[in-house]
Design a protein around this ligand. Structure first.
Ligand code: NDP
Length: 397
């Protein structure tokens, strides 16, 4: 049915490659391209399908990508490199006439700043070219937006309160490690928090607001209010929302390490002089921390991510909670990666499948909630991320 090019061979790229290969009726030709070709070759070996092609690519270099795209002629590129590469990959897609999908919004390297404006600015160009760019198609952002769209379509006339709740109750048995790219992860968590209320964004100090939230099959966990990029598109696409927040759990051990890392300057993203060389402390830290790709083997426990929604249906107030729990062990058994990579990579594959099957074919640059959620929800159940619903329960928030 279609040709797919995966850019990035990290934890998420590995899961995307496994899932794409499992759906050979949809993805007829597959290529994995990344900065380090040997990592792409290792993924192909692990999958055991020698028909998957690999290539070395610098995704910061538009010309290099255009040459590769013109050679392989993908129908869609799945960008699971880093957020820094979003704009160069989108530009190359436009030049080569290729559709685009990613799982994280663009961030400039020198400021940790999350907003969609840079990517939304490409809307007219994608539309004029008759191409589709699907933004933020991991779990959160991604499934969090699809869950909201599904709730809006089937259960609410107006959504008023939205809380996205993200719990990782897993244990990787390391003193400190991040579950996805450490540089991106630490930049995100050390930012000021932000949430939306009555038409305004309210800023908080980093991790200032927290409370216990009870997660299914897990129990109560201290959950911290963060800004997360899907809040920006969701309040735009669902203007009846009065308040939208994002919560994530962190253990005390993790937070203590994070505080030390910040206090000693290792979370800095500006260049410092070291032995006559310029280095960025956070990038150096990434080099010495455990690689998220290697965490899977001894990872126990599960993640639980969902949306808790309050709003109006037929004139009455109603509540709805929709979530997925994903086991680290099961994710590792299937793909060799832990559940955080798994819950990101599976939706990225499903988004590309939606495009190739013609279910999601609006042109332009769109966030996931702007497409029909139903066929995507059906695939979540089939592809390893089953979801569950609670109607009329206590949302705690
Ligand atoms: P990793 O760091 O494990 O992998 C990133 C991959 O991109 C690596 O293979 C890396 O190459 C490659 N890469 C980096 N720079 C370039 C470049 N200039 N050219 C070509 N390849 C490059 O990250 P993850 O797999 O953990 O995360 C991937 C993406 O998924 C990130 O954008 C992250 O923000 C996003 N994410 C989204 C989530 C969601 O729910 N929406 C959740 C988790 C992650 P090399 O191997 O040489 O370093």
């Amino acid at each position: 049915m279609g040709r797919v090019l995966i850019i990035g061979a990290g934890g998420v790229g590995t899961v995307v490659a496994h899932k794409v290969a499992q759906n050979a009726d949809v993805f007829t030709d597959i290529m994995i391209a990344s900065r380090t070709k040997s990592k792409c070759d290792d993924i192909v070996k692990a999958i055991g399908n020698p028909n998957i092609k690999t290539a070395k690519i610098d995704a910061d270099n538009v010309e290099e990508m255009v040459v590769l795209f013109n050679e392989f002629k993908p129908d869609i590129v799945i960008n699971v490199a880093l957020p820094y590469q979003d704009l160069t990959i989108m530009e190359a897609c436009l030049q080569a006439g290729v559709n685009y999908l990613d799982t994280a919004n663009y961030e400039p390297k020198d400021v940790a700043h999350f907003e969609y404006s840079w990517q939304w600015a490409y809307h007219e160009r994608f539309k004029e070219a008759g191409l589709t760019a699907i933004l933020g198609c991991g779990f959160d952002p991604g499934v969090s937006g699809i869950f909201t769209a599904y709730a809006a379509k089937h259960y609410f006339d107006e959504i008023h309160y939205l809380d996205i709740v993200d719990c990782n109750a897993g244990d990787h048995h390391k003193a400190f490690a991040t579950n996805f790219n450490p540089e991106i992860n630490i930049r995100e968590i050390t930012q000021n928090g932000r949430y939306y209320q009555d038409g305004e964004w309210i800023e908080t100090k980093p991790l200032e607001i927290h409370q216990d939230i009870t997660y299914p099959n897990i129990g109560p966990k201290d959950s911290y209010l963060l800004f997360h990029e899907e809040l920006e598109s969701l309040v735009k696409n669902y203007p009846t929302i009065k308040r939208a927040r994002f919560w994530m759990t962190f253990g005390q051990e993790y937070l203590t390490h994070l505080r030390v890392i910040q206090n000693i300057g290792m979370a800095r993203i500006d260049e410092v002089e070291y032995n006559g060389q310029k280095i960025v402390p956070l990038q150096f830290l990434k080099a010495v921390l455990p690689n998220p790709q290697d965490l899977g083997e001894n990872y126990t426990g599960e993640t639980s991510i969902g949306c808790r929604i309050r709003g109006i249906k037929d004139g009455k107030e109603t509540t709805y909670y929709i979530y997925n729990n994903c086991s680290h062990e099961a994710a590792y058994k299937e793909t060799g990666m832990q559940a955080v990579s798994y819950t990101t990579g599976v939706p990225a594959m499903i988004g590309a499948m939606m495009f190739l099957k013609g279910e999601w074919n609006t042109t332009g640059v769109l966030n996931v909630e702007e497409f029909n959620p139903d066929p995507f929800m059906e695939q979540l159940n089939k592809q390893g991320l089953p979801w569950h619903e609670v109607h009329g329960g206590d949302l705690e928030l």
